[in-house]
Design a protein around this ligand. Structure first.
Ligand SMILES: C[S@@+](CC[C@H](N)C(=O)[O-])C[C@H]1O[C@@H](n2cnc3c(N)ncnc32)[C@H](O)[C@@H]1O
Ligand code: SF4
Length: 315
């Protein structure tokens, strides 16, 4: 997921999920990693063996130079099979569709304003779907699951869009105040999903064969887990265990490297990082149990750029 910037001057959706760290920032992020160079973007994609990329923001069409630059960069590096899709909350025009297609974009997912969902016919949101297709892009909708209008289903039926992804309506730090004001509440059994917006609540919309519902649990858990699992083998050190969830487990100890050498620990089973020894957790556990060294901690962390720690277990 490439975040090109946090600006969105054309829309002001009350449910926009962008939090303080993303809203109106000029910084590019590849997943959670701040990007300083093109190589950072390529490295982030390589690390997770990405088969494709998505371009988001803010509003990617408000910075076409940056957006097309990254699309070309990814296509040039990973080839035609690397599928790239882009999310947008504005229509753009023919020239923009052409520039995106020429840069290598495969698919564009429009997010029209909710007030129009029952009434897309005859608007430029309809026309741009045909234009995008003529310029070589696959046109789709990707919208939050707020309400299902019958007219919207009829519109989908007519075939201007290839498919419609509906994201379960979510509350986040960035939007909960405004969502509350609009009368939305969080489901009590869920961290972010909105009451009254589950797949069952959207049954009429989701019943259409071109409509796919993406639950927030799936987005958070399954997609995240898949990304971790693909990333872990590319970034793990030889002495780290990769768990089924794609996290990395290793040990940390204050013991001197010389003591490890004395105990016959092979070089490839530990590394000194910031003055601490990071080591295979099973060796650390055994050495602490045997009283060979004084203590340590087992760390489980994400294989991501920010190395977020999931669990610490003192020995
Ligand atoms: C944050 S937007 C950024 C890209 C672009 N500005 C747009 O709106 O498509 C990315 C995706 O998030 C979805 N989205 C926005 N607010 C949401 C919410 N509260 N719950 C679930 N999905 C949401 C939008 O439909 C869009 O597909
Ligand atoms: S169009 Fe996208 S980025 Fe802009 S306010 Fe709406 S959800 Fe947020």
């Amino acid at each position: 997921m490439l975040f090109v910037h946090g600006y969105c001057d054309h829309r002001d959706c009350f449910y926009c999920p962008l939090g303080e760290n993303r809203k109106n920032v000029d910084q590019v992020f590849a997943n959670e990693r701040p990007v300083e160079s093109d190589e950072d973007v390529l490295e982030a994609a390589r690390k997770m063996d990405a088969m494709g990329s998505s371009i988001t923001g803010g509003e990617p069409l408000e910075s076409m130079e940056r957006t097309t630059h990254y699309i070309s960069l990814l296509k040039d590096e990973f080839g035609a099979d690397h599928h790239i899709h882009l999310y947008t909350g504005i229509t753009g025009d023919r020239e923009i569709m052409r520039d995106l297609a020429e840069a290598g974009l495969d698919e564009i997912r429009f997010h029209p304003p909710v007030a129009l969902w029952g009434n897309i016919h005859g608007t430029f949101w309809e026309e741009i779907l045909y234009i995008a297709r003529e310029e070589g892009l696959t046109p789709a909708f990707e919208i939050p699951g707020i309400e299902a209008e019958t007219e919207f289903l009829e519109f989908i039926e007519e075939g201007a869009v290839d498919f419609v992804n509906v994201n379960e309506f979510e509350m986040s730090q960035g939007n909960y105040r405004r969502m509350h004001e609009q009368g939305y509440d969080r489901r009590t059994d869920h961290m972010s999903a909105v009451e009254g917006a589950s797949e069952d609540d959207m049954a009429e919309l989701v019943s259409h064969p071109k409509v796919y519902f993406c639950t927030s649990t799936f987005k958070d858990a399954a997609q995240h887990r898949n990304r971790l699992r693909r990333t872990a083998p590319n970034v793990s050190r030889p002495f780290e265990e990769i768990t089924d969830d794609g996290t990395l487990v290793y040990g940390v100890t204050e013991a001197e490297p010389a003591r490890l050498d004395e105990l016959g620990v092979p070089d490839e089973y530990y590394e000194v990082v910031d003055g601490q020894v990071e080591i295979a957790w099973w060796l650390l556990e055994e050495m602490v149990e045997e009283g060979d060294i004084e203590g340590g901690t087992i760390i489980e962390q994400y294989p991501t750029w920010d190395e977020q720690v999931v669990e610490k277990t003192p020995l």
